[in-house]
Write a protein of this length. Structure first.
Length: 267
């Protein structure tokens, strides 16, 4: 199927650690997929393999039928543009204003010289303002990114990803440092983009409630393997207990409560 993302028996080992262990998944275009699991379960490594920040030890990853693990040079840069990544710590240039940070998302389209000069067209500026508008951030457009709250910074990061015009958005624990109100705004932003633009979203989450509320499909990982793959409705405590036993239920609930030990960024 066109634009399907497919992981085929993918593993990534670090010495004796099987960070990702024989994972096979097919993700249809436009799905909103949440990945949950205890710290160390392999969630980040899986996203990093998809956008080629890491390479698999075994297996292949296909998008649109093309093996993305074989891409190099220009083709690899094009894949990274198609597959935007959002990080827990926002990855913005704090001393630059919000609009410029969003425009940086366009640099993959520029040649070396125009990248160095950070020259952007009127059309690109309009695109960046429109992306900020969708995330309710136009009033902050000329403010330095470092002066925004954590939730606002994460929404800027989403706007920056959006102007890349990606086909997939990968988000590695985008709300783990945020308070609940800001976390809701960020998740709402991702959901709107998913619904309105049909962009596939794959998001690592620590809270089961968030996964249930937003995701069409939930994948739980344990020791590098897929431990559960289904809809939120299928993910009742009874189902988890039936399939995985009491130990599984305990692990499931533990897996998603570790947010409490993270330090929130002030709103
Ligand atoms: N670059 C690396 N070198 C060595 N080991 C690594 C590396 N990256 C990840 N690992 C190991 O792989 C396993 C999976 O890590 P990963 O970060 O993917 O888990 P995670 O589910 O994202 O955890 P968290 O929720 O804490 O981010 C862990 O045991 C981790 O220590």
């Amino acid at each position: 199927m066109s634009s399907e993302l497919s992981l085929q028996a993918v593993s990534r080992h670090f010495g004796d650690t099987r960070a990702v262990d024989n994972v096979t998944l097919n993700i249809r275009p436009g799905q909103f997929v949440g990945v949950i699991g205890r710290s160390g379960a392999g969630k980040s490594t899986m996203l990093r393999l998809i956008n080629r920040l890491a390479d698999p030890t075994e297996g292949s990853i296909l998008f649109d039928g093309k093996d993305i693990t074989a891409l190099k040079g220009k083709a690899l840069r094009a894949w990274r543009r198609d597959c935007a990544m959002i990080f827990q710590q926002f990855n913005l240039v704090e001393r630059l204003d919000v609009l410029t940070n969003v425009l940086i998302g366009r640099l993959a389209e520029h040649g070396f010289l125009s990248s160095m000069a950070m020259r952007f067209s009127d059309e690109e500026r309009a695109m960046a303002i429109q992306a900020l508008d969708r995330l309710d951030l136009v009033p902050q457009a000329l403010q330095r990114a470092g002066t925004l709250s954590g939730g606002q910074q994460q929404r800027v990061a989403i706007a920056k990803a959006l102007v890349q015009q990606p086909k997939i958005m990968l988000a590695d624990e985008p709300i783990a440092s945020l308070d609940p109100a800001n976390a809701t705004l960020v998740m709402d932003g991702l959901k709107t983009i998913n619904r309105e633009d049909g962009i596939t979203v794959l998001v690592n989450l620590h809270t089961l409630d968030t996964a249930r509320a937003y995701c069409d499909r939930i994948i739980a990982m344990r020791q590098g393997r897929v431990f559960f793959d289904g809809t939120a409705a299928q993910l009742t405590d009874d189902v988890v207990r039936d399939i995985y036993g009491l130990e599984g239920l305990r692990e499931f609930n533990e897996a998603v409560t570790s947010t409490a030990i993270r330090t929130p960024v002030p709103a």
